[in-house]
Structure formats: structure tokens, C-alpha cells
Design a protein around this ligand. Structure first.
Ligand SMILES: Cc1cc2nc3c(=O)[nH]c(=O)nc-3n(C[C@H](O)[C@H](O)[C@H](O)COP(=O)(O)OP(=O)(O)OC[C@H]3O[C@@H](n4cnc5c(N)ncnc54)[C@H](O)[C@@H]3O)c2cc1C
Length: 457
């Protein structure tokens, strides 16, 4: 129970600056980028691992729920404190502790913003590949807890592929460290795979060592414009099937293109039924050769036009436009649901055809946006959650989209996690025995169930 006496103890740990308990300030932590809300009883902003450990020891003793929070940008409701209690905001732990380019790692606190890390590494000629569309605000702690992806992850892999070592505070307040600064490390279980994507249900991540890679010598970016969305999708499957691995291969349908253009005004072709944003990077000669093949394939599949972003500024424009897609689509209606169904890439064309049929059948505005090169589909559904009848149609359409993905041996989430958004669909992807195993792991590290309760485990 969060009594006044306990609150006083907690305030002694974080000081007045890290202690929030007024209703108006608490409400700022009641929502994330999903559509549900729950207000915590208290928000604490620790400044060190010791603070986090002391907070967790009290929470464990008193059985108080604790929900970790980075920037609150997740789209699945993962950081909503459904059982109230404490929201633990890690944004004050925002130091880049070390960058070692000869050893190709960096050590960061969880509240470091992905974009700030990118800017720091770029000065050294390096980068950290996972690049969620939210990279300018989302934190590395949140990226780790969601096992975040992004456009570049097609070629470079997702967050878990870059975590070398972690420090985690368990529910009991115990601090554990696993992994090392070495790319090669087979010392015991690879626990980073367990904690990445655990959505704050197993422990609080307080320090992360990440693998970094050199910036590529050359990068080329094109937009391929289509009159037919099926042709767009067919191109994706053909490029990936041919063995070329672009750094990014993003797909937008007409609804998304126009929503983006309404806001970005960078001259995207409004008439296009489908648009591919393709980026290739690497050694100059290889980039040149791969891009030639890609353009040939795009044209063979009916691309009307291929537009190249020739300067860094033009490339930035295209990427800013693409990354703004969620935000601008969300402006079309009071709410926007971003689905995250993922399929083996050869099924992207089928998925797109069926999603359009589902949109028609349920009379919903569904824009299609996809990290298409890795089959990660983000149908964007604009809606109004207060319209009960429409919301029922949204839920039915979402269920069908996920059933469809599963029928193609796909999965419920490529990068946004389960959170509150997809708990009902979980049995589609995880059988009872596997779910029970996950529950046993959870019970082992968090026997009182105080870490982010009410979520997928
Ligand atoms: C416009 C937009 C674009 C996006 N694009 C992408 C994309 O391309 N790819 C992608 O993968 N995601 C994307 N996202 C989703 C989101 O940004 C990511 O999931 C991101 O990793 C969340 O980081 P955050 O700091 O906001 O974490 P939060 O949303 O605050 O938290 C996310 C989860 O992590 C837990 N958590 C946070 N910090 C810690 C910690 N230190 N220890 C333990 N648990 C913790 C929380 O409890 C919660 O369960 C996008 C979101 C938006 C709004």
C-alpha cells in the first residue's frame, strides 16, 4: 500500500525534484501513444541505479506496482500503469557514459534519447543501427524494453542484436549485470535476449552496453512511384528474393502518401497508389551496382517514375516525411491505431490485398505503411474510440489482420510489442505451454508480480 509514510521514504530517495504526486502532473504519465489511460498514484524520477534499487526494495516489500517509463512513445499501451502504483520515469538517467570506437561499443544510461546517441556517434564516424521512427524522442531503455526496430533494421537487425551487456534492477531491488563489452561472449545464458522486449515486466534496465558500427561510405535513396499497389508490393518481394539487402525498404499507400504530403509539402506524388522508399548503403561501387538492379526491378514491376534524393538535404526531407507518417495520419481522426502484423516477406503482396479488402468490408479508413522489406506491416486505422460501433469494427478488423498474418506464419508484433493492445490476440501466437513457461520465468524474478502488472505475462 502506498501510504503517506511510504511516500515519505520514497521522497527521501529521489528528493523533491524527482517526486511527483499532484493530480495534474500525474495525469501527464497516464497515457502513452496508444489509446488507453490509467493514472499512477506516484511518479518517481531516479538519478542512479542505487536510487532504483532502493525504490524497488520498498515497492517489493510493500507490494506496490511499478511501471517503468522512458519517453512514453510506445504504441501498444505498454507503459500504462493499469494497476496504478508507481511510474518510474528513467529520463533523468540520461548520460552517455562511454564511447569506444576501437572496441566498437558505447555504454549508456536508459534515459539517453536514441537521436542524441546517434548525434554523438556520428561525430566519431559511427552509428547505432536501430532507428525507430520515434528516434528523436524515444529512449534507449524504452527501445531495449520494446526490442525496437526501425527502417534500417532490415539490413542491420533490431535492438537485441546490439545489446552486449546490461545492468538490471530486479523486483527485489537486487542489481544484476550480464554480458560484457565483447561481441563474442558465450558465458552462460544470453540474458539480453530475455530482457529485450520484456516490456518492463522482468526488471528495470539501468545501464546498457551497445555495439556500434561505422557509418557507411556511401548511401543512395530513391522513391519508386506506382499506379498499382500490388505492383509496389510485388517489387518488394522481388528485391528481397533476389538477394539484395537494402538498408531500408519502406512502403506507403496513397492514403498515407497524401496524409504525409498534406503536412510535409515536399512534393510527394499524390497520384501514386503505392510508393517505395529504398535506401542502399555500403561501399560506393557495391551501392551503385545494387541500386541499378533495384531500379531495373522497380521498373519491371511497373514503377512509373523513380526519383532520386540527390543531396543529404533531399534525403532528410524524404525520411522526415516518412517518419512523420504516424503523426500526420493520427490527425485525420481523434484516434489512430497502428497495427504491427509481420509476415515472411513473400506474403507482403497478399497481406496488402487482404488488408484493403478488410478496410472495405468494415468501412474503415486504413492506410498501409510498412517496413516492407522485412514484412513488418503497419496498417494505420483512423478512428474515434468514443464511437462504440466504429470501435467494434476496428477491433474486428484488427483481429482479422492478425489472423491473416498468422495464417502466413507471421507474428503479432515486429517491433511494437504486445502491451495492452494485443494481449487478447496472444493465444494466436503463443500456445498454452509456452505462455505457462513465460509465466514461470516472471514468477521466478518477480514473485509478487509488481513489475508492470496487467500486461502480457
Ligand atoms: C511516431 C512514432 C514512430 C515510431 N516508430 C517506431 C519504429 O519505427 N520502430 C519501433 O520499434 N517502434 C516505433 N515506435 C514505438 C516506440 O517509439 C518504441 O517502442 C520505443 O522503443 C519506446 O521507447 P520509449 O522511451 O518511449 O519507451 P516507453 O514508451 O516509455 O516504454 C516502453 C516500454 O518499455 C518499458 N521501459 C521503458 N524504459 C524502461 C527501462 N529503463 N527498464 C525497463 N523497462 C522500461 C515500459 O514499461 C514500457 O513497457 C514509434 C512510436 C511513435 C510515436
Amino acid at each position: 500500500m502506498l501510504t503517506e509514510k511510504i511516500k515519505k521514504k520514497l521522497k527521501n530517495i529521489v528528493g523533491s525534484k524527482g517526486f511527483i504526486d499532484t493530480p495534474e502532473d500525474l495525469s501527464a504519465y497516464s497515457y502513452d501513444a496508444f489509446v488507453k489511460e490509467a493514472t499512477p498514484q506516484l511518479v518517481l524520477l531516479p538519478e542512479s541505479t542505487a536510487d532504483v534499487a532502493a525504490i524497488m526494495a520498498i515497492a517489493d516489500q510493500e507490494g506496490i506496482p511499478v511501471t517503468a517509463r522512458g519517453a512514453g512513445t510506445n504504441i501498444s499501451g505498454a507503459s500504462i500503469p493499469v494497476n496504478k502504483g508507481i511510474v518510474l520515469s528513467l529520463t533523468r538517467m540520461d548520460q552517455i557514459l562511454e564511447v569506444s570506437t576501437p572496441n566498437r561499443y558505447c555504454i549508456v544510461q536508459p534515459g539517453v534519447v536514441n537521436g542524441d546517441l546517434q548525434a554523438c556517434l556520428a561525430k566519431e564516424g559511427f552509428f547505432y543501427p536501430p532507428d525507430p521512427g520515434s528516434y528523436m524522442v524515444s529512449t534507449i531503455g524504452g527501445n531495449v524494453a520494446q526490442n525496437a526496430g526501425g527502417p534500417r533494421c532490415l539490413k542491420y537487425g533490431v535492438t537485441v542484436d546490439y545489446v552486449l551487456s546490461m545492468e538490471v534492477v530486479l523486483a527485489s531491488g537486487e542489481v544484476i549485470r550480464f554480458g560484457s563489452r565483447n561481441v563474442k561472449d558465450v558465458t552462460g545464458y544470453r540474458l539480453s535476449s530475455l530482457f529485450c522486449g520484456s516490456e518492463g515486466t522482468l526488471g528495470i534496465v539501468t545501464e546498457i552496453t551497445l555495439r556500434v558500427v561505422p557509418l557507411p561510405e556511401a548511401t543512395r535513396t530513391i522513391l519508386a512511384v506506382y499506379n498499382d499497389l500490388d505492383d509496389t508490393a510485388d517489387t518488394v518481394a522481388d528485391i528481397i528474393g533476389s538477394g539484395i539487402l537494402p538498408a531500408a525498404l519502406e512502403l506507403m499507400d496513397k492514403t498515407v502518401v497524401n496524409a504525409v504530403e498534406d503536412s510535409a509539402h515536399i512534393g510527394l506524388p499524390r497520384h501514386a497508389e503505392g510508393l517505395l522508399l529504398i535506401e542502399v548503403d555500403g561501399v560506393e561501387e557495391a551501392v551503385e551496382k545494387e541500386m541499378r538492379t533495384i531500379v531495373e526491378k522497380a521498373k519491371a514491376h511497373g514503377a512509373q517514375e523513380v526519383i532520386e534524393a540527390r543531396t543529404a538535404a533531399e534525403r532528410d526531407d524524404v525520411w522526415t516525411a516518412r517518419r512523420s507518417a504516424y503523426g500526420v495520419f493520427a490527425r485525420l481522426a481523434p484516434d489512430c491505431i497502428v497495427e504491427d502484423a509481420t509476415v515472411p516477406v513473400s506474403h507482403v503482396p497478399d497481406m496488402i490485398r487482404h488488408i484493403r479488402q478488410i478496410a472495405d468490408r468494415y468501412q474503415l479508413r486504413i492506410g498501409i505503411l510498412a517496413h516492407a522489406g522485412d514484412g513488418n506491416m503497419h496498417p494505420l486505422i483512423s478512428t474515434d474510440t468514443n464511437d462504440k460501433e466504429e470501435w467494434q469494427r476496428v477491433e474486428a478488423a484488427s483481429r482479422e489482420i492478425f489472423e491473416l498474418a498468422m495464417s502466413y506464419h507471421g507474428t503479432l508484433s515486429g517491433e511494437h510489442g504486445i502491451g495492452l493492445a494485443k494481449t487478447d490476440y496472444l493465444p494466436m501466437a503463443i500456445d498454452d505451454a509456452t505462455q505457462a513457461f513465460m509465466t514461470r520465468i516472471k514468477q521466478c524474478v518477480d514473485p509478487k508480480g509488481i513489475l508492470n502488472p496487467g500486461k502480457f505475462v
